[in-house]
Design a protein around this ligand. Structure first.
Ligand code: ZN
Length: 55
């Protein structure tokens, strides 16, 4: 699972495919609310705001 900004979305998808050998689901954090989990505020790869969850 990766939480990333828009710039690093493709990188995260590539990493996911490498690791799990399967296509991930991409979730837009703005359109989704999690009842029992707070996504990280920052991208895993840089200091920008996190926008997508790759899972
Ligand atoms: Zn980033």
């Amino acid at each position: 699972m990766y939480v990333v900004c828009k710039e690093h979305l493709e990188l995260a998808i590539d990493k996911f495919v490498d690791e799990y050998e399967d296509a991930p689901d991409v979730v837009d954090l703005k359109e989704t609310e999690f009842s029992d989990w707070d996504p990280p505020a920052k991208c895993a790869e840089c200091e920008q705001d996190a926008k997508f969850l790759v899972v």
